[in-house]
Write a protein that binds this ligand. Structure first.
Ligand code: NAD
Ligand code: UDX
Length: 466
């Protein structure tokens, strides 16, 4: 059996960085090189200020970097030296052309694959780590076989990543499962065994699942679709709670006690965000449509539509509660990341909510403990494609929650950062005009204590006091 001695990971992002840093930590006998075309990102990985915030990541990188973990922009060298190559590049939703708005844009994956074919001079195991549509491995094989040097052979595996941001390191240390898909040929099975052996250095054998290539690819889309579906289900019920006086946390608790349903992932919210859920469901919708399964496509599309409804419903509730206008009013948004314990803002509900408030001509102050001011401006200007000038007078970004809330007519909690629970809410109240409104989009604050101070509290998924 091939023994993996050198690994290269193409893509030093939220997945490639933490995943391969953990492999390096757990497998000191394997040399791991993470490569990326983005010089700034690689420089950051080689510095004390890592490019992503993830609890526990600093310690992992500090221990392994320079020992058997390396970060480089020399993609070709990384490819040439490795026995096994993870392809962990971004696969965003296509913005134009066929499938725009739904299909995954595979240009980065295909460029990386082509590079592997052009550079490799020895046999390689090529591993899809990126989330991809079902049967992508087929097109990777075609690209590799059409461009490879004489005598060089490739095995392709699918090894989707299930880590969640904010808990990436603990997820990687103790995964629920590691999934490896391969062709059921002798060489496919041998490649699968070689990768399983790498994970076997710290993951119990019964958690390493080996399946066919297409099942592995589809399982990743299925897992994300079903997780997001739970959130859309609970968020749909949160609207019913608000209309009836039921409490969504109590409903989720009661429902989740049924072991067939389970308690996790039933927290109502302002809507799900993050780079994966929406993208992967849309990808599944596109796949279903391409397979002439319109009912299946419609079913999954509804999960995303419900999420849009939840974000819009929450924004609308703020406007309605503030006597149907927020024009010129100061609104504080607490939390810009799509969830706590990450600085990632991709598809963050805060962005949609802020845009809604901007349409209503409110003045917005924003605070997030981990998101940079520069990133917030990029998010508000569609990555810099829209001018910031028209919105500049309406936006201020603050360095603390207290500063953001000062003089605010409404405080809107969008991300569940722990520090929001222990703010000096009395002091904040003293600095707000009356009536002072709080909108808890994460069901995280002590509603009774805030009401006692004098706040008018609106909590998502609860009927009382609306
Ligand atoms: P990312 O954008 O953070 O990182 C991707 C990196 O790949 C970028 O730094 C980019 O510069 C680099 N890259 C692109 N093309 C390249 C090339 N040809 N050569 C070298 N480098 C190249 O993306 P991410 O969040 O790490 O996601 C990567 C993949 O993993 C996606 O398919 C995503 O769906 C999937 N995924 C993400 C998560 C998550 O929590 N973010 C979880 C599971 C799976
Ligand atoms: C998700 C999957 O969980 C992970 O397995 C996959 O590899 C990548 O996509 P991620 O997007 O990083 O991970 O975070 P996750 O914890 O799933 O949260 C996604 C969004 O759903 C966040 O906005 C979060 O706040 C929201 N959410 C999550 C809820 O609103 N309620 C919940 O009960 C759980």
């Amino acid at each position: 059996m091939t023994q993996v001695k050198k690994i290269c990971c193409i893509g030093a992002g939220y997945v490639g960085g933490p995943t391969c840093a953990v492999i390096a930590l757990k497998c000191p006998h394997i040399q791991v090189t993470i490569v990326d075309l983005n010089q700034n990102r690689i420089d950051a990985w080689n510095s004390d200020e890592l490019p992503i915030y993830e609890p526990g990541l600093d310690e992992v990188v500090k221990e392994a970097r320079g020992r058997n973990l390396f970060f480089s922009t020399d993609v070709d060298k990384g490819i040439a030296e490795a026995d096994l190559i993870f392809v962990s590049v971004n696969t965003p939703t296509k913005k134009s052309g066929i499938g725009a708005g739904f299909a995954a844009d595979l240009k980065f994956l295909q460029l990386a694959t082509r590079r592997i074919a052009e550079v490799a001079t020895s046999p390689k195991i090529v591993v899809e780590k990126s989330t991809v549509p079902c049967r992508t491995a087929d097109s990777m094989r075609t690209i590799l076989e059409a461009n490879h040097r004489p005598g060089v052979t490739f095995d392709i595996l699918s090894n989707p990543e299930f880590l969640a941001e904010g808990t990436a390191i603990s997820d990687l240390f103790a995964p629920d499962r590691v999934l490896i898909g391969s062709l059921q040929t002798n060489s496919g099975k041998a490649a699968c065994a070689a990768l399983a052996e790498v994970y076997g250095n710290w993951v119990p054998k019964d958690r390493i699942l080996t399946v066919g290539l297409w099942s592995s690819e589809l399982s990743k889309l299925a897992a994300n679709a079903m997780l997001a579906q739970r959130i859309s289900s609970i968020n749909a019920l949160s609207a019913v709670c608000e209309a009836t006086g039921a409490n969504i946390d109590e409903v989720a608790y009661a429902v989740g006690k049924d072991t067939r349903v389970g308690a996790k992932f039933l927290k109502a919210s302002v809507g799900f965000g993050g780079s994966c859920f929406q993208k992967d469901i849309l990808n599944l919708v596109y796949l279903a449509e391409s397979l002439h399964l319109p009912e299946v496509a419609r079913y999954w599309r509804a999960v995303v539509e419900m999420n849009e409804y939840q974000k819009e419903r929450f924004s609308r509730k703020v406007v309605e509660t503030l006597f149907n206008t927020i024009t010129g009013k100061k609104i504080a948004i607490l939390g810009w990341a799509f969830k706590k314990d990450t600085g990632d803002t991709r598809e963050s509900p805060s962005i949609s909510i802020a845009n809604h408030f901007l349409d209503e001509k409110a003045r917005i102050t924003i605070y997030d403990p981990k998101v940079t001011e520069e990133q917030i401006w990029l998010d508000l200007t569609d990555e810099g494609t829209k001018s910031a000038e028209p919105i500049k007078p309406h936006i201020s970004i603050q360095k603390s929650a207290e500063e953001a809330c000062k003089d605010a007519e409404a405080i809107v909690v969008c991300t569940e950062w722990d520090e929001f629970k222990t703010l000096d809410w009395q002091k904040i109240y003293d600095n707000c005009p009356r009536p002072a409104f709080i909108f808890d989009g994460r069901l995280m604050l002590d509603r009774a204590a805030l009401q006692k101070i004098g706040f008018k509290v609106t909590t998502i998924g609860t009927g009382d006091g609306l």
